[in-house]
Structure formats: structure tokens, C-alpha cells
Design a protein around this ligand. Structure first.
Ligand code: VGL
Ligand code: ZN
Length: 209
């Protein structure tokens, strides 16, 4: 495919220890994205990352709702919310980026999920679309028109980030071999790709770059 470095950005979503096998919210094969993402970084002039960064009292944690377990749904300040294990708590190693992930050329990191009252899958907005991380304005200030999205997890934060990028007017690409799904249901990852494609997000592999 044809694309210009100058007006393109790579968005690396949530490649953090808690989403890696052995972590609190492990994504199967989540570690496999690391070498792929390291290899493609050299193709980009603009690289940003997102970081899931919850306070310990975050409302998406089942442990903060007596009697509830991960996978159950609740009403969280007016939004339907699936409950997760405690993960990516600020100041813990689970919130740190995977140690092998190259970070030398990152321009900025956008943290999300800091408001205990609302979850934030997207790197742009919280799930209520109220809070804004500044990622959209940042990309626009750099003249970015095209974004390539990769990281964890495909069926949550990668999908929501790509969908918001598209809705903000960026030409949006999903790098399918640089992401993995949580797959609470076995087809969730494939369904996420279908939803993204229907929204006009293009699927490519790292070899297409
Ligand atoms: C994520 C569930 C909860 C993700 C973050 O990064 O995909 N998923 N928090
Ligand atoms: Zn989270």
C-alpha cells in the first residue's frame, strides 16, 4: 500500500504487563505482538502509545463491588459496564509497558481510565465520550491524517481506539498481526474486525507497511 510517513501515525494500544500471559487480565498470545510492533516502529515518523491507568478504586474492577465477579455486568454511573479483574493499577508493574517493547521513538503517551466512575477503552475518549485524553488534538496538531492501530486488546481498547480515530476523520488501519483479542467469547476478536471493517477501517498486516 501507498502511504506517506509525514502525515501518518502508529498508535500502540495498551501493551502492558497485565494484558500479557501471566498478567491480571491476560490476553492469550498477547506477548506475540511485541516483536511485530518493534519491527514496524521504524516505518513511522510519529508513534504514540496509550496506557490503561486505573486508580485502585476503579469502578470497572469486580473487587470493588461486593459479591460481584469478573464478567458480570453492572450499571456504572449510568453506563452498562462489564466487570474486570483488578488490572493496570497506577504505580504497579502490571500497568508498566512490556519490558521488551521499544519506546525510544515514542512522541507521547496518553493515559486513560483514570476516572473511577467511567471506563475508558478508547485512547481518545472515555466510554461516556465525556473525558478526552487529548490524543485527537495532538494528532491533528502534528498534521496526521492517517493512523495505524495495533496492540491490546483487539476486542476492547484496540477496537474502541480505531473506531474513535475513524469517527474523528482519520483514515484508519488495523494491523491484524500486531493485535490479539481477550475473546471472552471465542468469536469476539473476529467480530471486532468485522465491525471495524464495516465502519470503514482497513485491515492490513505488518508486511503491507
Ligand atoms: C482493556 C479491558 C479493560 C484493553 C482495558 O486494554 O483492551 N480491556 N481495560
Ligand atoms: Zn482497564
Amino acid at each position: 500500500m501507498e502511504w506517506k510517513k509525514a502525515n501518518s501515525a502508529l498508535i500502540i494500544v495498551d501493551v502492558q504487563n497485565d494484558f500479557i500471559p501471566g498478567g491480571a487480565l491476560a490476553v492469550s498470545e498477547g506477548d506475540r505482538v511485541v516483536p511485530v510492533i518493534n519491527a514496524i516502529q521504524e516505518k513511522f515518523d510519529h508513534i504514540v502509545a496509550t496506557q490503561d491507568f486505573h486508580p485502585a478504586d476503579h469502578g470497572s474492577f469486580a473487587a470493588n463491588h461486593p459479591g460481584k465477579v469478573p464478567g458480570e455486568w453492572i450499571d456504572l454511573a449510568g453506563l452498562n459496564q462489564i466487570l474486570w479483574p483488578i488490572h493496570c493499577v497506577q504505580g504497579t508493574s502490571g500497568a508498566d509497558f512490556h519490558a521488551d517493547l521499544h519506546r525510544e521513538n515514542w512522541e507521547a503517551i496518553f493515559q486513560k481510565g483514570k476516572n473511577p466512575e467511567v471506563d475508558s477503552y478508547s485512547g481518545f475518549f472515555d466510554n461516556a465520550r465525556r473525558g478526552d485524553t487529548g490524543l485527537g488534538d495532538y494528532l491533528k496538531s502534528k498534521g496526521i491524517e492517517r493512523v495505524f492501530v495495533c496492540g491490546l486488546a483487539l476486542d476492547y481498547c484496540v477496537k474502541f481506539t480505531a473506531m474513535d480515530a475513524k469517527s474523528l476523520g482519520f483514515e484508519t488501519y488495523l494491523i491484524t498481526d500486531a493485535t490479539r483479542a481477550v475473546n471472552l467469547k471465542p468469536e469476539d476478536g473476529n467480530q471486532a474486525i468485522q465491525e471495524m471493517n464495516q465502519a470503514g477501517i482497513h485491515s492490513i498486516t505488518s508486511k503491507d507497511l
